[in-house]
Design a binder for this molecule. Structure first.
Ligand SMILES: C[S@@+](CC[C@H](N)C(=O)[O-])C[C@H]1O[C@@H](n2cnc3c(N)ncnc32)[C@H](O)[C@@H]1O
Length: 267
């Protein structure tokens, strides 16, 4: 999970202060996961958005605009504090779901027109094929069974429906950055681009896959991407250096736009 300025993550993992790569781990109980995420959402996204979330938001909105279709039925899976919902509401009706019940009740008070549903996504019932768009930012890495998670998302979408997905970019978090261990209670299984493509392949055709928001806090990469250098590069060259690093695959986040394969369609 991710994110905050300078490549330091806000996730429970990262604030625990131990450094490691993603690895196999025992699955914590759901209540332990819920406690960890309640705390994380309250301490991070309910307080502020960082550059990583802002870039994800801009990409989601950009992709939704290209559809040029009002009245979409949208679900935000793993919505956390619900900060993306007001943007999604510009395009239709919004359902948003997350484990974090008390975070969602505060979000519901702020956003009465969003339908918030608290619970374990894998055990919640939604209308199959009831949505035109599923958005899910940074949840994949935190579920025990990633294939089952993608299959469930696919069931919610009408044939041809859109998936807008963001997930942490494993090589960038592991090689270019030093990121502390997951906090007790949270699951962390980062993927790379190839693994994401493989997870999506049974249900989705990918329209676009990009990496966004380059971050590096490890030597030597931090020499060309850090909180001091980046503003100078931006002042001199605009967004060119950032876009170049994204094209080189240095983005903290992998984002993809995909559509659910129609019945009878081939992988
Ligand atoms: C890294 S946070 C991202 C939250 C939000 N999308 C954002 O970008 O700020 C991951 C979210 O996934 C949620 N989550 C993890 N496992 C879940 C599950 N089994 N069911 C529902 N939500 C879950 C967590 O509660 C947490 O809010």
């Amino acid at each position: 999970m991710s994110n905050q300025e300078g490549g330091a993550s806000g996730d429970p993992a990262e604030r625990a202060g131990r450094d490691t790569s993603s690895s196999a781990q025992d699955t914590p109980s759901l209540s332990a996961q819920r406690d960890a995420w309640e705390k994380w959402n309250a301490e991070t996204r309910e307080q502020r958005l960082g550059e990583i979330s802002e870039d994800q938001r801009d990409r989601v909105v950009g992709w939704l605009k290209t559809l040029n279709r009002p009245g979409l039925r949208i679900i935000d899976v793993g919505c956390g504090a619900g900060w993306l919902c007001p943007e999604l509401q510009r395009f239709g009706t919004v359902t948003a779901t997350d484990l974090s019940a008390s975070v969602l009740s505060r979000a519901q008070a702020r956003m009465p027109d969003v339908s918030f549903v608290a619970g374990d996504f894998m055990n919640l019932q939604f209308d199959n094929e009831g949505f035109d768009v599923v958005v899910s930012l940074e949840m994949l890495a935190h579920v025990a069974d990633q294939s089952a998670f993608i299959a469930k998302i696919a069931r919610l979408l009408r044939p041809g429906g859109l998936l807008i997905f963001a997930t942490q970019n494993r090589p960038v978090l592991e090689k270019l950055n030093s990121v502390p261990l997951p906090a007790p209670g949270s699951i962390r299984k980062w993927v790379d681009e190839a693994e994401l493509r493989q997870l999506l392949r049974p249900h989705f055709d990918i329209d676009e896959l990009v990496t966004i928001t380059p971050k590096a806090n490890r030597f030597p990469w931090r020499l060309v991407s850090n909180n001091k250098v980046d503003p100078v590069l931006r002042a001199l060259f605009g967004n060119g250096p950032k876009r170049l690093k994204e094209r080189l695959g240095w983005g903290w986040t992998i984002m993809t736009l995909a559509h659910k394969r129609e019945a009878g369609g081939h992988e």
